[in-house]
Design a protein around this ligand. Structure first.
Ligand code: ADP
Ligand code: MG
Length: 239
């Protein structure tokens, strides 16, 4: 069995089927990206993995165990960390204090310093988090995830609102985290330049299920994906 295995997940909201018989397997140590138009069910899928929502049917297996429908804190304790779109940091605490609070003893002081270096915040670790630039806040939240020593991290649009330089730095950060910390990563993203830079397998979601999986080059040539991405056609062309 794979590290994370999503099997035939279904989630309905009233008459709307947000996640429709969705299956995906992730190998340990891999980076994968999930893309798709607004409302196609990406965030709902993350909610099913983290236990924020319970699927109507289907299963989530993590490290060979069925974790479907477990409480979110129990799923987090098994090693799944999730980053939301809007950074959930404590503005009045320093960047370092945010990391320490997030760690709750999961990592040591020296490891906190390593995380600060990794997320490029060593120089501003003593500053109040509320004073950091938008991109730095996003990285701090990624650092807070790492402080909990997860083995799988789910990132929901981590480059939202970032400049081009910050976006590229975030792609580098994700690859470094994957290599240095041996963390498996699943990232939801819209920005095609970011995804191309990541160079990881890509899964295109439409109406609650996977339309196509493949490399960036494969996906970019695919007529069905191009039709789906009419609005971002240019993005696919120029990325
Ligand atoms: P994405 O993250 O791909 O933009 P979402 O997973 O947020 O999409 O949403 C998928 C669909 O489910 C959308 O039509 C959205 O309006 C709907 N939806 C999401 N969460 C809820 C909810 N808690 N209650 C009702 N409808 C929801
Ligand atoms: Mg979403």
């Amino acid at each position: 069995m794979s590290f994370l295995e999503l099997r035939s997940l279904v989630k309905n909201f009233g008459g709307l089927r947000a996640v429709d018989n969705f299956s995906l397997s992730l190998e340990e140590g891999s980076v994968n990206a999930l893309v798709g138009p607004n409302g196609c069910g990406k965030s709902t899928l993350f909610n099913l993995i983290t236990g924020a929502l319970r699927p109507d049917s289907g299963h989530v297996f993590f490290k060979g165990e069925d974790i479907t429908g477990l409480a979110p804190h129990l799923i987090a304790r098994r090693g799944i960390g999730r980053k939301f779109q809007v950074p959930a940091i404590f503005d009045e605490l320093t960047a370092r204090e945010n990391l320490v609070v997030a760690a709750r003893g999961a990592v040591r002081q020296t490891e906190i310093a390593d995380i600060e270096a990794l997320i490029r915040l060593s120089d501003v670790a003593a500053r109040e988090a509320g004073e950091l630039a938008h991109g730095q806040k996003q990285w701090l939240e990624i650092g807070m995830l790492l402080a909990q020593a997860p083995s799988l991290i789910l990132l929901d649009e981590p480059t939202a609102g970032m400049t081009e330089a910050e976006t590229r730095a975030t792609a580098e950060l994700i690859l470094t985290i994957n290599q240095q910390q041996k963390v498996t990563i699943l990232v939801i993203e819209h920005d095609m330049a970011f995804i191309q830079y990541l160079g990881c397998p890509l899964h295109v979601m439409s109406k609650g299920r996977i339309l196509k999986s493949g490399s960036f080059a494969d996906i970019r040539r695919d007529p069905e994906v191009r039709a789906l991405y009419f609005g971002t056609h240019e993005a696919l062309n120029h990325a």
